[in-house]
Design a protein around this ligand. Structure first.
Ligand code: PLP
Length: 437
């Protein structure tokens, strides 16, 4: 089928939720994709952080073939060979004790929200009392309040939306789950002000992805960790590593750059390299609040996805050093561009999760479009931010090509914003992330 006919049919048959680029991809190999017209693309987005090993990786292909010919689904009413082994690998790299498998990022996040409420209910006399005004920073003793971050993104289901700190995603669907208070991201005073005994969890994306690759500050994460770890508080620290976890930053988890240990972590995107699989990781202490029947899923953690994820984790471990090296190389090259182009407001990121913030959304749009025309896939997020989430298997020559194309695209399109001055952005100091990374 041609792009035109697919696009025509989709426009009549699908809910109009996506504004797709006019490209019909038909195959991929390594860091490259090919469209229906035979054009080749260098993939620096990995299907939004999913295809971490690139396309058609032989180990992943092999695992899919092997497992698909043996057993795809059994439901969670029965055992299969791979959940326990995958959980062993995930707990081994995270320092956490137990795992729940599901199908996606948002589903992992929903489960994490249920977990923190259930934990509070089981462990605190005030856990189960409905709060008469759960959105207030109240003096009520109900321990149900969740602190979430402004500018965050946790997914599209109701709980995830309720904790997503970007009004544009929430507004069309109100009323959402009550009991969420938003804290200014990286604002220590705001966190201190809003944290009290009614809080059951502090929820943070270790590096905000959709929000423009904004890493949490070390001081802020330390404070969240201290507040939640005090015995009296009984609140949990929940980290969303759906985009930044599983090797993306050059460590297994982004929080491992900071020296904190969360109570709950969610992962998804790269876990099964494009097959739908998410997971909640937590401690033995927290896991005790769950019993059979409280939570579940029909598809989550099936034999096919888990067998593939085991292969992914073996490969991820071997690639961490490479991700760090290529990440540093990429970061240095982006910083050199930053010095050259007035339109660049800031370069952020670590490992193979990077952002270039520009001074206008039109410029960001034009640059993304030009790169695509030249066969390079990146994306624009948060209006002005160019986001790079390449596969972990890229080489220096791929980085060089992207930097060269970016340099040209900025030069060509900068006149759109000519006249705007480079402003001293308060975000600039976040580059320090690299120092304690
Ligand atoms: N959390 C984060 C940090 C994400 O980046 C995303 C997706 O982009 C989600 C949650 C939601 O994941 P999914 O789209 O798999 O539901």
């Amino acid at each position: 089928m041609s792009l035109e006919s697919v696009s025509r049919m989709e426009s009549k048959l699908l809910l109009p939720t996506y504004d797709r680029q006019p490209i019909l991809f038909v195959r991929g190999r390594g860091v490259y994709l090919w469209d229906s017209r035979g054009n080749q693309y260098l993939d620096f987005l990995s299907g939004i952080g999913v295809n971490a090993l690139g396309h058609n990786h032989p180990a992943i292909q092999g695992a899919i073939r092997r497992q698909a010919s043996r057993l795809i689904h059994v439901s969670n009413l029965f055992f299969h060979e791979y959940q326990a082994e995958l959980a062993r690998l995930l707990t081994g790299i995270s320092g956490l004790d137990r795992v729940f498998f599901c199908n996606s990022g948002t589903e992992a996040w929903e489960g994490a929200l249920k977990l923190v409420r259930a934990f509070a209910q089981m462990n605190h006399t005030n856990g189960h009392k409905p709060n008469p005004n759960p959105n207030s920073n109240s003096n009520s003793n109900s321990k149900t309040r969740i602190l979430a971050m402004e500018n965050s993104f946790h997914g599209r289901t109701f709980g995830a939306l309720a904790t997503t700190g970007q009004p544009k995603y929430r507004a069309p669907f109100v009323p959402l789950m009550p009991g969420v208070t938003f804290v200014k991201f990286n604002d220590l005073d705001d966190l201190r002000r809003k944290f009290d005994s009614s809080v059951c969890a502090v929820c943070i994306e270790t590096i905000q992805g959709e929000g423009g690759i904004q890493p949490v500050n070390k001081e802020f994460l330390d404070l969240a960790s201290q507040l939640t770890k005090t015995t009296q508080s009984g609140a949990l620290l929940v980290l969303d590593e759906i985009q930044c976890g599983l090797g993306r930053t050059g460590r297994h988890f982004a929080y491992q750059h900071y020296g904190v240990q969360p109570d709950v972590v969610t992962v998804a995107k790269p876990l099964a390299c494009g097959l739908p699989l998410g997971a909640i990781l937590t401690t033995e202490r927290v896991a005790r609040c769950m019993h059979p029947g409280m939570h579940g899923t029909t598809f989550g953690g099936g034999p096919l996805t888990c067998a593939v994820a085991i292969e992914f984790l073996h490969a991820e471990k071997k690639l961490l050093k490479h991700v760090r090296a290529l990440g540093n190389y990429f970061h240095a090259a982006l910083e050199a561009l930053d010095k050259k182009h007035k339109s660049i407001q800031e370069v952020r990121g670590v490992g193979l999760m990077h952002a270039v913030e520009l001074d206008s959304s039109e410029l960001a749009k034009a640059v993304t479009r030009q790169l695509l025309q030249e066969g390079i896939i990146i994306n624009r997020t948060h209006e002005t931010v160019l986001r790079f989430l390449p596969p972990y298997v890229i080489q220096k020559k791929h980085v060089d090509r992207v930097i060269k194309a970016l340099d040209t695209a900025l030069q060509t399109n900068e006149e759109i914003t000519r006249g705007k001055k480079k402003t001293a952005s308060p975000q600039r100091k976040k580059k320090e992330f690299h120092a304690h990374a």
